[in-house]
Design a protein around this ligand. Structure first.
Ligand SMILES: Cc1cc2nc3c(=O)[nH]c(=O)nc-3n(C[C@H](O)[C@H](O)[C@H](O)COP(=O)(O)OP(=O)(O)OC[C@H]3O[C@@H](n4cnc5c(N)ncnc54)[C@H](O)[C@@H]3O)c2cc1C
Ligand code: FES
Ligand code: FES
Length: 496
């Protein structure tokens, strides 16, 4: 997929490399878009410049007049921050809608903006919040409002040699209410059919400013200027909400595509706007801070962040898998999934799709559940990885699996990860058996890794939390009910 994986360890080094390579390299952050594109042959490149080892780029913080979001801030990091819910509610709601937990642990807000699809969920909220994008290059930093950033489908004003350094959301003192709504073909792992962000300001109950942005209805996300103008000075009575929403037909011209015909899109969007305005009329405002399922518990003290690759002169990667530290040669061009299966001899993690859609490859990386098919192996140097083999089942032993041995280039023996000698099933594994939650078994390693992470984070989840935790894991056989029953058996509260 790529030949060279460059991993700068400072912002200055990153900007030097970005300037030097220009269009001959691609930047990568969480990799959830880049790896899918490279798998599909879209924007191929020989060289990746990895941002993940650059320190101090992951934050949500307040700076006087604005909320600052760093370039490496993941959707989960944003969801964990009370500041996001307080000052940028529609953005937090959008981040909660992206993919599934294993995607949100890795994917960044900046990456979502940079992919620049009109369906990307964080663009409408950042447009209505009037965000500024701070770009950095060797020659300095400059800001641009998000409203001037997009030139077309997947085309932006970002120049070769530049990176998106920070997103700034101005704070507003007045009464503002905002909301993000999305319609997808499923509740999770679904690109929007339509999405919309609404942000209204009020004086004495009347709309004093209306900002509405809609996605999936034009080459870029667009403002609904006719709807906005109509709402000015109005009270949000039910008939006003209805009349306003009808005007959206004057603001956009959706197309037919594989996800929906244009007529459906327009009708769905109209209904979403009515729904959004009605919710705002009832007073949905900043300040909501739910506790979303993250599948991300703090890593143990011994397993810090990944180390920069530059610490190793050759092209090997050293990592701790299920408690065993080993060094592997020639894996930097692979995904973590392929590295685990082909080099570490751990074939429990499965490849169902190789595009982040099915969850069969779920492992824990530094305490976070991730889709290992979307992680470059080079990013796990120095990391702590847990795979389904950490549970070491009797089944694995009964199969007589033994660790493989390989010879590295330097002549040292590189042993695939040893299995420990545990002789019991983990409670969740036992529950899957008790509940008949397994048929062909292909999805089960991923289900167990996502389910066990949920129980670690939330020992007594309700059904909604269970559904959310497993929303990134597909099963073609069981129908899911027995899988949920197994989770209930171990930690559930028996809610329906
Ligand atoms: C299964 C699945 C489901 C998904 N569901 C959704 C969804 O529901 N809604 C949605 O909107 N998206 C969805 N996505 C898309 C994706 O997860 C997001 O776009 C993600 O936020 C991208 O962030 P990343 O860090 O992974 O970016 P990467 O893949 O690392 O990079 C994305 C792009 O941004 C560039 N880039 C990244 N960071 C910077 C930077 N700081 N400066 C300059 N360029 C940069 C890269 O070069 C690349 O072009 C989904 C993806 C998958 C695989
Ligand atoms: S999500 Fe990784 S193989 Fe399907
Ligand atoms: S048991 Fe067969 S795919 Fe889930």
């Amino acid at each position: 997929m790529w030949q060279t994986f460059l991993q700068p360890t400072s912002l200055a080094e990153t900007l030097d490399l970005a300037g030097e390579y220009g269009a001959d390299a691609r930047l990568i952050a969480g990799g959830t878009d880049v790896l899918v594109e490279l798998q599909r042959g879209v924007k191929p490149t020989r060289t990746l410049i990895d941002l993940s080892a650059v320190p101090d780029l992951e934050y949500v913080s307040l700076h006087g007049s604005y909320l600052a979001i760093g370039a490496l801030t993941t959707h989960n990091t944003l969801l964990r921050s009370p500041l996001s819910w307080q000052y940028a509610l529609p953005l937090a709601q959008a981040c909660q809608e992206i993919g599934a937990p294993q995607i949100r642990t890795r994917a960044t807000v900046a990456g979502n903006l940079l992919t620049a699809s009109p369906a990307n969920d964080t663009i409408p909220p950042l447009l209505v919040l009037d965000a500024q994008l701070v770009r950095a290059s060797k020659t300095g930093a400059r800001g641009l409002p998000v409203s001037e950033f997009y030139r077309g489908v997947r085309r932006t004003e970002l120049q070769n040699g530049e990176i998106l350094r920070e997103i700034r959301i101005p704070l507003d003192a007045g009464e503002r209410r905002g909301i993000f709504l999305k319609l997808g073909l499923r509740r999770a792992q679904a690109i929007a059919v339509v999405n919309v962000a609404l942000l209204l300001s009020f004086v004495n109950g009347q709309v004093s400013e209306a900002r509405i942005a809609v996605g999936c209805v034009a080459p870029t996300v667009v403002r609904a200027s006719h709807v906005e103008a109509f709402l000015m000075g109005k009270h949000l009575e039910p008939e006003i909400c209805q009349q306003a929403a009808q005007l959206i037909a004057q603001d956009c011209a959706p197309i037919d595509d594989v996800r929906a015909p244009a007529t459906y899109r327009l009708r769905a969007l109209t209904n979403l706007i009515v729904h959004g305005l009605t919710r705002l009329a009832r007073g949905t405002a900043s300040g909501e801070h739910p506790r979303p399922v993250l599948l991300q518990t703090e890593p143990p003290a011994s397993s810090g962040a990944s180390l920069p690759l530059s610490l190793l002169a050759d092209d090997s990667v050293q990592t701790t898998i299920n408690g065993n530290t080993a060094r592997f040669a020639h894996v930097r061009q692979k995904t973590l999934l392929n590295f685990l299966r082909e080099d570490a001899g751990l074939t429990g993690s499965k490849e169902g799709c190789a595009e982040g859609e099915c969850g069969a490859c779920t492992v824990w990386l530094n305490g976070k559940a991730v889709m290992s098919c979307l992680v470059p192996a080079a990013q796990v140097h120095g990391a702590d990885i847990k795979t389904i083999e950490m549970h070491n089942s009797r089944l694995a032993q009964a199969n007589g699996e033994k660790p493989a041995e390989k010879q590295s280039e330097a002549g040292e023996v590189v042993t695939s990860v040893q299995r420990d000698e545990g002789r019991y099933l983990q409670p969740l594994q036992q529950a899957f058996i008790d509940c008949g939650a397994v048929q062909c078994g292909f999805c089960i390693p991923g289900m167990l890794m996502a389910g066990a992470k949920l129980l670690e984070e939330c020992p007594h989840p309700d059904r909604e939390q269970m559904r959310s935790a497993l929303s990134g894991n597909l099963c073609r056989c069981t129908g899911y009910r027995k899988i949920l029953d197994a989770l209930v058996q171990v930690g559930g509260q028996q809610h329906e």
